[in-house]
Design a protein around this ligand. Structure first.
Ligand code: MV4
Length: 445
């Protein structure tokens, strides 16, 4: 193997998850950490560790030169960025490459291309992947916005080209509201992303968010590994993800997978990626591509039996995908519940000290976490403290397992989203698999 020592440019459960994969592959690991993360588990389990700066992410987990320096000092030959932080920073991937380090992820070119959501949409269209009616690229003036909106019909949605994940979006029901929507979308986008470019799409009222896991290797082979239904989300934060989606037939799944593969082929995609689609009334439309390993990747691991992080390392090392040829069948059902340290009413982060911590176990239960009893959750980062992943032979068994696992889960000292998950598991629409991305808008406990 060319790779022998991997620096993990991340923290929390994903840093730990990557370390576990490295250990199983016989690779050495380097943890980087902020001053607030000295007692973090990823630091304890790594072979080497380097403090890269103060608590604030900008000065630590986002500090490219400090991370590259840490790799050089420790003799790491590869960097895994995890998700968030620098994972979709094309400059970081480029600098790593220029410094002779293997970036465990896609090429900087692919990251940059898909990072512009208007360009991604255009690329999908040219590749023959269905997209929603909308503008060709960003709309430069209000007059152009009026014209596009009139031709596709209201409601429309304005999206920041440099955005993604829900930031810098405006929904507009009629021409009367378009001027205000256009102006605020532009200025929000300018402030948040440094580019005011926005594009327009027909707005779907009750879509499901369904994404296809894709993987490419350096030999040009691309595989699709089924879908994850991520419709249960709140304020653009996913709460529950599952595979397979209760809404898809095998026919639609195959068509979505074929579309995802076509798009990847069009951009010679290498390593792990996710193609997000909106699905409504039997039709699907490309929305965005995420050029990273995602929080919810374990759901796909549980139904495919593939270790996606090991696969990432293999592919980055120039080895072919280990996924067998031929059509891929999902086995059973899996769901992930994101456990956040948050107030159940306001959803505000609730950092602090975990006083009691007991994990569920038993058949079909997996917990990805870097928390432990007496761990103090720092206030500087996101509020995810654990991911509960359950699998079963079918959706009904998975739901039953999820209920008992959430009952078994003990976290004291901080408020968590466990009670919310237990309430969702009692909701008739959720149980029936009948929900859209607007499920949480009307959900009452
Ligand atoms: C949409 C949409 C409906 N129609 N696009 C949400 C995340 C970001 N990636 C894009 N998102 C959406 N795009 C079209 N054409 C619905 C969403 C959406 C959403 C939009 C506004 C407020 C909350 C939302 C929750 C889920 C999905």
């Amino acid at each position: 193997m060319a790779i022998s020592k991997v620096l993990i440019a991340n923290r929390g459960e994903i840093a730990l998850r990557i370390i576990l994969a490295c250990k199983e592959m016989g690779l050495k690991t380097v943890a980087v950490h902020s001053e607030a993360d000295r007692d973090a588990l990823h630091v304890r389990y790594a072979d080497d560790d380097v403090c890269i700066g103060p608590a604030a992410s900008r000065q630590s987990y986002l500090a490219i030169s400090s991370i590259i320096a840490a790799a050089e000092i420790t003799g790491a030959d590869a960097i895994h960025p995890g998700y968030g932080f620098l994972a979709e920073n094309a400059a970081f991937a480029e600098i790593a490459r220029e410094c002779g380090l293997i970036f465990i992820g896609p090429t900087p070119e692919a990251i940059r291309l898909m990072g512009d959501k208007a360009v991604a949409r255009d690329t999908a269209k040219k590749a023959g992947v269905p997209i929603l009616p909308g503008s060709d690229g960003p709309v430069k003036t209000y007059e152009e916005a009026v014209e596009v909106a009139a031709s596709i019909g209201y409601p429309v949605i304005l999206k920041a080209a440099a955005g993604g994940g829900g930031r810098g979006m405006r929904i507009c029901g009629d021409e009367g509201g378009l001027q205000a929507a256009f102006d605020t979308a532009r200025s929000e986008a300018e402030r948040a992303f440094g580019s005011g470019d926005v594009y327009i799409e027909k707005y779907l009222e009750r879509p499901r968010h369904i994404e296809i896991q894709v993987f490419g290797d350096t030999f040009g082979r691309i595989v699709a590994l089924g879908e994850r239904d991520c419709s249960i989300q709140r304020r653009h934060q996913k709460l529950i993800e599952e595979s397979p989606s209760p809404a898809l037939t095998q026919e639609i799944r195959s068509a979505m997978e074929a579309a995802a593969v076509k798009l990847c082929q069009a951009v010679s995609y290498v390593n792990a990626g996710t193609i997000e689609f909106l699905f409504q009334d039997g039709e699907f439309y490309f929305m965005e591509m995420n050029t990273r390993i995602q929080v919810e990747h374990p759901v796909t691991e549980e139904v495919t039996g593939i270790d996606l992080v090991k696969e990432q390392i293999r592919v980055a090392n120039g080895e072919p995908l280990s996924v067998p040829e031929g059509t891929f069948r999902l086995r059973g059902h899996a769901m992930e519940f994101r456990i956040n340290a948050e107030d159940p009413v306001t959803f505000a982060p609730n950092p602090g000290k975990i006083r009691e911590f007991h994990l569920p176990g038993g058949p079909g239960v997996r917990v990805d976490t870097a928390a432990y009893r007496d761990y103090v959750i720092p206030p500087h980062y996101d509020s995810l403290i654990a991911k509960l992943i359950v699998r079963g032979k079918d959706r009904a068994e998975t739901l039953a397992r999820a209920r008992r696992a959430l009952e078994q889960f003990i976290i004291e000292g901080v408020k968590t989203s466990i009670p919310l998950h237990r309430a969702i598991l009692d909701d008739p629409s959720f149980i029936a698999g009948n929900f859209s991305t607007r499920f949480m808008e009307t959900f009452e406990r």
